[in-house]
Design a protein. Structure first.
Length: 467
């Protein structure tokens, strides 16, 4: 990749004087600036050399700016485009943004305005390239959605690949929300059974006769309420894979039946006299310490040793903070597809908040936060103002150590008070902007604060008026 210290810009305009004056300004700013007098010439240059930013006029002889934008979006989607034109209409501005333009600079413009647009576009380009580099890491997205470059997740990926080729029983151990079912599906999809069926059963959602019926089936009259015979999941999944989540919730009777099935490959459906012999791959998961349950009599020791042939430990998100940014971008892509929005970037300030949070709900909670942020974000970048307030509040408490002296207590109280005031000020600014349709002048006037002071508060809390 080309050097970031020397960003490359291409100015496209059929007026040579405009090309040269823009080039001169950009060179003074430290850009490596080139010019093209037509859209066709610009595409030829882009084919030969890498560029970070394209400044293009809309009305040109031959290939116009709109057609050039269409080509850029299709062939060079990472290039940041800024439209410069003297023929602006609301419709044309909307259309250029739809075609991928990042910014719009109306003619005539000053050197300062061009410089500001260039700096803004370069920041955007760096964010896009940071994101691209982040998501193209060697270990990212390798295993069917298993995201992570951290050492613990590399070990998980290695184990998944190794165990998938075997029929060994797998026990996935991890807190709620760490992605245990995702790992189980990856094992299945990388295994020789990948063309067969995969079933996921939550053992915590069923109990007693119901869970036994779900797994093993039953014949009519086997127990109260069994008004018809039923085929169990194990039988339906013959030659495939069954994932039993939260195995710790099974009662001892069901554990005994499961042990028999694991050891002998066959079972007797409740009420039946005919055993069923099947070929099923079993994967188990738990969020509890099964060894402690064994010692307390809540889990069979012989079953535990049968399950724990290949244990895979999933680390909580708080122990793999270096993966948070990767996961945030991955989940952003996932949720915005559901919601129907296009958001490309997460600001550095928002990423910092995400990385500092402890995530008691793990990846599931992070996905919920990214969905919330996508819903509340009305531009193409997620800022701290789009994140739930719990991230701000809980970060304050989690980062505080218990004081050991009165002086420490007083200092901690002051710090907490300052942080609470900062959060109050942030919400104060946000709500003022929301009440006034994000018009900074009106919001400042309504709350009785000078515009420049109001803008200073916005900058302090990373709040942008662009919506």
């Amino acid at each position: 990749m080309h050097e970031r210290q020397r960003p490359r810009a291409l100015v496209v305009d059929d007026e040579l004087s405009i090309c040269k004056s823009c080039q001169k300004i950009l060179l003074r700013l430290g850009f490596d600036a080139r010019t093209a007098l037509s859209g066709k010439e610009a595409l030829a240059l882009l084919q030969q050399e890498p560029f970070d930013i394209v400044f293009t006029d809309l009305k040109m002889l031959g290939m116009g700016g709109m057609e050039l934008l269409e080509n850029l979006q299709r062939r060079f989607p990472d290039v940041v485009c800024v439209v410069i034109t003297g023929y602006a209409t609301v419709a044309s501005v909307v259309e250029t943004m739809r075609l991928g333009a990042y910014d719009y600079l109306p003619k005539p413009f000053t050197a300062q305005e061009l410089a500001a647009a260039a700096r803004k576009a370069w920041e955007r380009r760096k964010q896009l390239m940071d994101r691209k580099a982040l998501l193209s890491g060697e270990n990212a997205c390798e295993l069917l959605g298993i995201i992570g470059k951290s050492a613990p997740m590399q070990e998980v990926s290695r184990l998944v690949q190794k165990v998938a080729a075997t029929d060994s029983t797998v026990l996935i151990i991890g807190e709620t929300g760490t992605g245990k079912e995702l790992i189980a599906r990856a094992v299945h999809q990388l295994s020789p059974r990948k063309l067969e069926r995969f079933f996921a059963i939550d053992c915590g959602a069923l109990s007693g006769d119901l869970v036994r019926s779900e797994l093993f089936g039953h014949v009519k009259g086997a127990f109260a309420g069994a008004t018809a015979s039923k085929t169990g999941v194990f039988e339906v999944a013959d030659h495939g894979t069954v994932f039993l989540d939260e195995i710790c919730n099974l009662d001892l009777d069901t554990q005994a039946r499961l042990l028999t099935f694991i050891e002998e490959g066959e079972f007797l459906p409740p009420g039946s006299t005919q055993p069923r012999k099947l070929d099923v791959r079993l994967i188990f998961a738990t969020n509890r310490d099964l060894t402690q349950m064994v010692s307390e009599g809540g889990f069979r020791e012989d079953l535990y040793y049968r399950l724990c042939v290949v244990p895979i430990y999933l680390p909580p998100l708080r122990e793999r903070k270096e993966d948070v940014a990767l996961l945030a971008y991955h989940l952003l892509g996932k949720v915005q597809g559901r919601i129907g929005k296009k958001i490309t970037t997460i600001s550095d300030a928002a990423l910092k908040l995400l990385q500092e949070y402890d995530w008691p709900g793990n990846i599931r909670q992070l996905e919920n936060v990214m969905e919330w942020a996508t819903i509340t974000c009305d531009k193409d970048m997620i800022e701290p103002s789009h994140l739930p307030r719990e991230l701000f509040r809980q970060n304050v408490v989690r980062q505080m150590a218990v004081p050991h002296s009165n002086n420490e207590l007083l200092a901690m109280k002051k710090k907490l008070r300052d942080q609470a005031i900062a959060e109050l000020e942030r919400v104060f600014v946000l709500q003022a902007l929301e009440r006034n349709d994000w018009n900074v002048s009106r919001a400042a006037r309504e709350v009785g604060v000078k515009r420049q002071n109001f803008q200073a508060m916005m900058r302090k809390h990373h709040i942008s008026s662009e919506r």
